[in-house]
Design a protein around this ligand. Structure first.
Ligand code: HAS
Length: 550
């Protein structure tokens, strides 16, 4: 008899799908900007019709790093909540829709100002670069919309807990709550700088901006932002992949513990993006470097857990040699292979992060294109390939269609194209960065300097890799369009793994949310209070705004 498949409720599916559609539209637009950028930067092409390089770079960063990710994550999380903690109540779903529309309107406003050339300030919108106020208002709406979604998820989880006293919340829902708590606490920083500094300044209500305070509030948010992207990928690795390969979750407690450690250590570390900035005492930079190295631990726990899960599965199938278990993994299943390539990419990607975080080595790589190489390995490979792999079962699950064999094969081709393209592009970026090639900069011969001439072959390699990545985007979009509207009707599973039958029971203390929040607040106060007070007390004169970077 055919196993019945646990389905996400149709109305919840609609909410999740709406998020997916915006996410993949952002991928398309952001991808076009990316292609043009690498071509311009190779020195072989000039932009037509007065389009500015920094205008494109801003659109690329905002649409891919902020919009694609946030929409995909929130859509995936609503579906995950509905699948594991039950159908959303009408009120929760309504909140989800309000959040969705708030974010979508915000996205449209921000994109409009970037495309009209009024906001060429890149995705980090560093002061003293100044954008039209609409750019900041749009971003503020995206953040507010995501808060509404986050609260809806908290309420849904609390309701489940009330209905199931004395039980641990379902693992996936628990992880979603951690991720949204992390996001909420972190995004307070960006909300503060946008509302209190950027909006009044761009409206001309204040003449100058305290640059260091604005950057510090941005990075208070900006680093946990990368874990807001990473944790949904880890949710898929911990909870979904075991089921896809036919194995078991290695340890429910270890997974919860690693998520709680991310909550503790991902926020008080923003200074590792500001290690070369004056105005912050080296002692506080040192403290935050130590905390940064602490946030590596839950990733190492995740790596251990993944290896253990794969190995135990292989051994259960009869593997006996040291790496014999590798043979038993389902290499032809894109739902496994695509995220697995993401895992592999995180080995060099994570090692690069540790290099960045090491204070002395940071002097070598900071503001070079090495950093761009780092984040194309982490977010644009590890996280994004995991999201693509998830879209291949999630979208058909939500639309009531099937991920056919043909689409599966195409998805494998897509992942191979992506991996080769990224190896070339990100590899060239890392290499050129070590030779001092700057990031956030258009093509220049730098007055025919011989050092700049050495960077050109790497920039051409970036264009080759980037063009392959664009092809990869077209392939994934083709698959997604098929899964949304054209693939044959059917039942696709939303895979949720289980722990071993005789696994030890997960202790109940993981749901002690107030304790976790208090620890987070203490760590943040410890890492930020004194240096932040200095930045205000001993502030240099603020800066007026600079516009129209072209
Ligand atoms: Fe980073 C800059 C440090 C992780 C993203 N990072 C950035 C920027 C972005 C970004 C976007 O300390 C640029 C921001 C800008 O525009 O200026 N990063 C780190 C550290 C980590 C790290 C210590 N970053 C990420 C992740 C990102 C991301 C994740 C996105 C998702 N990063 C930095 C620093 C800077 C920085 C500095 C500033 C640089 C500067 O000067 O501007 C760590 O979290 C990394 C820990 C990870 C590991 C890897 C564990 C491996 C796993 C895979 C296991 C594989 C398996 C498969 C199981 C230790 C879990 C194996 C199977 C086989 C068969 C082999």
């Amino acid at each position: 008899m055919r196993e019945t498949i646990a389905k996400v409720d149709k109305k919840d599916a609609k909410l999740a799908l709406a998020h997916m559609i915006v996410a993949f539209t952002a991928l398309f637009l952001g991808g076009i900007c990316g292609l043009l950028q690498v071509l311009v930067r190779s020195g072989k092409m000039e932009l037509p019709a007065g389009i500015g390089y920094y205008q494109l770079l801003t659109a690329h960063g905002v649409l891919l790093a902020l919009i694609l990710t946030t929409f995909f994550i929130i859509g995936f999380q609503f579906a995950g909540m509905s699948r594991t903690a039950g159908t959303l109540s009408d009120k929760t779903r309504l909140a989800g829709w309000i959040g969705f529309w708030t974010m979508t309107i915000g996205t449209a406003i921000t994109t409009f100002y970037i495309l009209t050339g009024e906001a060429s300030v890149l995705y980090t919108f560093y002061a003293p670069l100044q954008a039209h106020v609409g750019f900041y208002i749009g971003l503020a709406l995206v953040v507010v919309g995501s808060w509404i979604a986050g609260f809806a998820m908290f309420v849904h989880y609390a309701k489940w807990k009330k209905q199931h006293p004395g039980q641990n919340g379902p693992l996936l829902s628990f992880m979603i709550v951690v991720n949204m708590a992390l996001w909420l606490i972190a995004s307070l920083g960006v909300a503060a700088t946008v509302l209190l500094q950027f909006i009044p300044w761009s409206l001309g209500w204040t003449e100058n901006i305290n640059v260091l305070v604005s950057r510090t509030l941005f990075w208070y948010f900006g680093h946990p932002l990368v874990y807001f992207w990473l944790l949904p990928a880890y949710m898929i690795w911990y909870v979904v992949i075991p089921k896809v390969i036919g194995g078991k979750i290695f340890s429910d407690s270890l997974a919860r513990m690693s998520f709680i450690l991310f909550l503790f250590f991902s926020i008080p570390v923003g200074f590792h993006h500001q290690l070369t900035e004056p105005g912050i005492d080296p002692f506080w930079k040192y403290i935050q470097v130590v905390l940064t190295l602490m946030v590596v631990i839950p990733s190492l726990m995740t790596a251990f857990s993944m290896f253990a899960m794969f190995e135990r599965f292989g051994r259960s199938k009869g593997a006996s040699s040291l790496f014999g278990w590798l043979r038993f993994l389902p290499w032809k299943d894109a739902r496994f292979l695509v995220p697995f390539i993401g895992m592999i990419a995180f080995i060099p990607g994570g090692a690069g992060g540790i290099i960045n975080a090491s204070h002395q080595l940071n002097q070598v790589v900071h503001n070079t294109i090495w950093v761009t190489g780092h984040f194309h390995l982490t977010i644009a490979t590890t996280v994004i390939l995991t999201f693509f792999g998830a879209a291949y079962w999630l979208i058909p699950h939500l639309t009531g269609r099937t991920f056919t064999n043909q689409l599966n094969q195409l998805a494998i081709v897509q992942a191979v194209v992506w991996s080769i393209g990224m190896l070339i592009m990100s590899g060239a970026m890392h290499w050129a960065g070590l030779y001092g090639a700057p990031r956030r900069s258009s093509f220049s011969l730098y007055g025919n300097s011989s050092q700049a001439a050495d960077w050109i072959p790497y920039q051409i390699a970036q264009a080759v890799g980037g063009t392959m990545l664009f092809l990869g985007i077209l392939l994934v979009l083709y698959i997604v369009v098929q899964l949304l509207w054209f693939a044959p009707k059917g039942d696709e599973e939303f895979p949720i793994g289980e722990t071993e039958e005789h696994a030890e029971k997960t202790p109940l203390f993981f749901d002690k949310w107030w304790l976790w929040i208090i620890i987070v607040v203490v760590l943040i106060l410890l890492a930020y209070t004194i240096p932040f007070t200095h930045m205000i007390d001993q502030a240099p004169p603020g800066s007026p705004g600079y516009r129209n970077l072209c």
